[in-house]
Design a binder for this molecule. Structure first.
Ligand SMILES: N[C@@H](CCC[C@H](N)C(=O)O)C(=O)O
Length: 289
């Protein structure tokens, strides 16, 4: 494999620079530092992306034993995710589907062997991800963990929200204001005391109670993105709660497409597409500049 091979891919237009690094030899942590992540994600002078996914075996990730604990042994692969600003995130719902798709397209896993799911390590813990019959992927994201109530302030308007952890923090704000009218070029303000590590904020319109929502999202470490898988899970959970239901299946429309979120008494399953757009190599010219 060419050492500096890269892929571009997306899940419902949440796009990523993907770095195949199975043996941890190409992108050691001092090479893939925050500045390199920002350069790769830069949309004009770099490749462009909402984040970076390094596809690496867990044994080559220094913090994998700490974040996976006894699950380390069943997670051969680790989704080393970075936001476009270089920060680490615990979890990424669109990214983890793309991660499995890349393992398949790179010949590292057989899709037919993935229908029952494969354990993937993440900084939010182990997650089971599998190939769906429609060509997409499902990810068992674990249960939504309510963190209380919060508020997002955008353009002088306060939006009440449900704070929810999907491994990473979210504030899902159900609103009657048409989300298409919102200006998300600036991140909404939130209560830093409630979210000491920052937060992803979803603005959510209910299309059909407890069954169908649409959302826009301002992501921690990125800004507005075309989709957020964990945000879709948080929004679905909040919409079910608002509809008086603890379980159900919610269709979530995002600017970049459609996701499905099934919530039961124990967990949350996210289903949607993943696409590899292109593959190539970083040039010595760019790497050396
Ligand atoms: N887009 C992702 C979430 C990526 C991480 C997020 N920005 C954070 O910092 O928590 C998704 O699909 O879940």
């Amino acid at each position: 494999m060419n050492a500096d091979r890269v892929l571009i891919g997306h899940g419902t237009e949440n796009d990523f620079v993907v770095l195949p690094d199975p043996d941890g030899a190409v992108w050691p942590e001092d090479r893939l530092d925050a500045a390199m992540v920002r350069r790769l994600c830069e949309r004009r002078a770099g490749l462009g992306g909402d984040g970076v996914l390094r596809v690496v075996r867990s044994v080559h990730v220094s913090d994998a034993p700490a974040v996976l604990g006894e699950a380390l042994g069943r997670c051969e692969w680790f989704m080393d995710h970075r936001n476009a600003d270089g920060s680490h995130a615990e979890m990424c719902g669109n990214g983890i589907r793309l991660f499995l798709h890349v393992l398949v397209t790179e010949g590292l896993l057989d899709r037919a062997a993935c229908t029952d799911g494969v354990w993937i390590g993440t900084r939010g813990g182990p997650r089971r991800v599998g190939a769906a019959p429609d060509g997409g992927y499902w990810a068992d994201m674990g249960p939504a963990r309510p963190l209380g109530r919060g508020e997002a302030l955008l353009d002088g308007v306060a939006y009440a929200g449900r704070a929810v952890s999907m491994g990473n923090p979210h504030l899902a704000c159900l609103t009657d204001v048409d989300v298409d009218t919102l200006d998300l070029t600036t991140a909404p303000s939130v209560d830093a005391g409630l979210f000491p590590e920052g937060v992803n904020v979803e603005f959510v319109n209910v299309v059909e109670p407890a069954a169908h929502v649409r959302l826009r999202v301002s992501e921690r470490g990125v800004g507005e993105t075309r989709s957020c898988g964990t945000g879709a899970c948080a929004a679905a959970w909040a919409a079910l709660e608002a509809g008086g239901a603890a379980t159900g299946t919610v269709t979530v429309d995002v600017p970049g497409g459609r996701l499905t979120v099934a919530v039961d008494a124990t967990t949350t399953v996210l289903t949607g597409p993943a696409v590899v757009v292109a593959a190539g190599v970083l040039t010595p010219e760019w790497l050396g500049s």
